[in-house]
Design a protein around this ligand. Structure first.
Ligand SMILES: [Zn+2]
Length: 81
C-alpha cells in the first residue's frame, strides 16, 4: 500500500490511516437474532450507531490529523523517549 499515513493515534503513537471500527461481534449479533429477536435488533442498531473512525493498531478513538501542532507535539515527545 503506497498511501502515506494521515493521522496520529494519541493512544499508541502510531501513524495510521484511520479505519472504520464497528464495536461488538458479528457472532454475538447472529446469536441474539436467532435466540431473541428484539435484543438482536437493539444490538444491530447499537453497533451501527457506535461505529467510529479509529486506530487500526490499537482501536483507539483519538486519532488526530498529522501536521497539526498537537500531532507535532506528541511526535516530538515520542522521539525523546
Ligand atoms: Zn493506536
Amino acid at each position: 500500500m503506497a498511501l502515506a499515513p494521515t493521522h496520529l493515534c494519541t493512544q499508541c503513537g502510531s501513524q495510521v490511516w484511520p479505519k472504520t471500527i464497528t464495536p461488538g461481534s458479528f457472532l454475538m449479533e447472529l446469536l441474539l437474532w436467532l435466540l431473541f429477536l428484539v435484543p438482536g435488533v437493539i444490538y444491530s442498531i447499537w453497533r451501527i450507531a457506535s461505529r467510529y473512525k479509529g486506530c487500526p493498531v490499537c482501536g483507539g478513538k483519538s486519532c488526530i490529523p498529522l501536521g497539526t501542532p498537537a500531532a507535532n507535539a506528541i511526535m516530538a515527545h515520542l522521539e525523546v523517549r
